[in-house]
Design a protein around this ligand. Structure first.
Ligand code: PLP
Length: 414
């Protein structure tokens, strides 16, 4: 690191500009969380309503602690802490495959799975394994902001398609129009962060029909990149999350245990390349290559052992339904407009003024820490992460009511 300003400037221009920008870019979610932390120091955590970040608040299930203790006590250290095969230990991948096969009637094997550091690494690796400069990636807005980063660093172009405002479902006619000869990936996140919407089996079938037609027309595979860290966070009995590989063969599937097991810091997830996907063995080899390129040697071995013990378990996720119902009912009563989410742990609420950044600034006056929809490619909305304890939600309601009142009396917009 040089302290000479001229040399520093030169060094900056030598750095890849896109990567430099990604490092400098203000991430609205983390900025809001950092502001919430500062306010908590100033006025006390109990007076700040931090709805900024998707950090699960329920504890990991007891089996996690029990298994960790058991593993540490029983697996010899020279085995426990050794390098593992890059895709993960075969017996762990087999346990994941068995779990998928039990739930979805499939016949996957360990060879179809690659363990990754959460869904983020899975998505990034899948992009690197498939994309070349000039490719297009279809992303539905509102979206998880990292998608564009993972795709664009490979030289691909993000094609953003807005979901319908009334229910955050896909506009299939617009989707059909958007698929071109250059389309290589379509990223599908259901249940969605930030809208909480789930795409039905009929919607996925309709997308699959369109994609199969386009594949035949263009003569190459178009993969759905399914991103499902919220698969188990679904609150009503009549709602199911379709397992996309069973609807569309050319699917690359990304999963994470961050939300299901409440272990986001431990970076547990995987990529599945179903054998029926086009060029599946070459695709799997490309995934091994992409992982190697970014220096992934293997997922932490302790947490691979843990995964083997915990596969299929979940944290107690019931509090999220309580939170969703409480917040939806109260905010609707105060005059806010939203589509009731079916899953994940976010509410995506229409802002009473078009400028969502101004709305978030105003909400901060009531110590409500919310993330503007612009951060998810969907201005005019705000995301409220309700993965907090129910008491925080109850105590925040007067602030939401006062915020609504402020808009009603000042602008008549609510
Ligand atoms: N995809 C979506 C839609 C998310 O919301 C998140 C995290 O919040 C991720 C992927 C990445 O999750 P992780 O890397 O913790 O598995």
């Amino acid at each position: 690191m040089t302290h000479n300003p001229t040399l520093q400037k030169e060094a900056q221009t030598m750095l890849p500009q896109n990567v430099l920008e990604y490092g400098r870019e203000d991430n609205a979610i983390r900025e809001t969380a950092a502001y919430a932390a500062r306010r908590a120091e100033e006025i006390g955590a109990e007076n700040v309503f931090n709805f900024s970040i998707g950090n699960p608040n329920v504890p990991a299930p007891a089996i996690v602690t029990e298994s960790l203790m058991h593993i540490i006590q029983t697996v010899p250290p020279e085995v426990l802490h050794a390098y593992t095969p890059a895709p993960g230990m075969a017996q762990v991948r087999r346990a994941v495959a068995d779990d998928l096969n039990r739930r979805f009637g499939t016949d996957y094997t360990a060879n179809d799975l690659y363990l990754t550091a959460g869904a983020s690494a899975a998505l990034s690796i899948a992009c690197r394994a498939t994309l070349v400069a000039g490719d297009e990636v279809i992303i539905f807005a509102p979206y998880f902001p990292e998608y564009a980063v993972f795709a664009e660093v490979c030289g691909a172009r993000s094609v953003i398609l807005k979901c319908r405002e009334e229910d955050f479902q896909i506009d299939l006619a617009a989707f059909e129009q958007a698929v071109t000869k250059k389309t290589k990936l379509v990223i599908v996140n259901s249940p969605s962060n930030p809208s909480g919407s789930i795409f039905s089996g009929e919607t996925i079938d309709a997308m699959a029909d369109i994609l199969r037609k386009k594949e035949a027309e263009f003569g190459h595979a178009i993969y759905i990149l399914a991103d499902e860290p919220y698969r188990e966070l679904v609150y009503d009995d009549d709602v199911t999350v379709p397992f996309i590989p069973n609807h569309y063969a050319d699917t690359i599937y990304c999963y994470s245990y961050s939300k299901t097991l409440s272990l986001p810091g431990e970076r547990m997830g995987y990529l599945l390349v179903p054998p029926k996907a086009a060029d599946s063995r070459a695709l799997y080899a490309a995934i091994c290559g992409a992982s190697r390129v970014i220096g992934n040697v293997n997922n932490p071995s302790l947490f691979q052992y843990l995964l083997q013990e915990c596969v299929g378990a979940t944290a107690d996720l019931t509090v999220y339904k309580t939170n969703r119902d409480l917040l939806c009912a109260a905010l609707t009563e105060y005059g806010f407009k939203m589509a009731k989410p079916d899953g994940a742990f976010y509410l995506f609420v229409k802002t009473p003024e078009p400028d969502d950044l101004a709305f978030c600034a105003r909400a901060r006056q009531y110590e409500l820490m919310l993330v503007p929809g612009s951060a998810f490619g969907y201005p005019g909305y705000v995301r409220i992460s309700y993965c907090v304890d129910t008491d925080t939600i109850r105590r925040s309601l007067p602030a939401f009511r006062a915020l609504a009142e402020a808009y009603r009396s000042a602008e008549g917009t609510l």
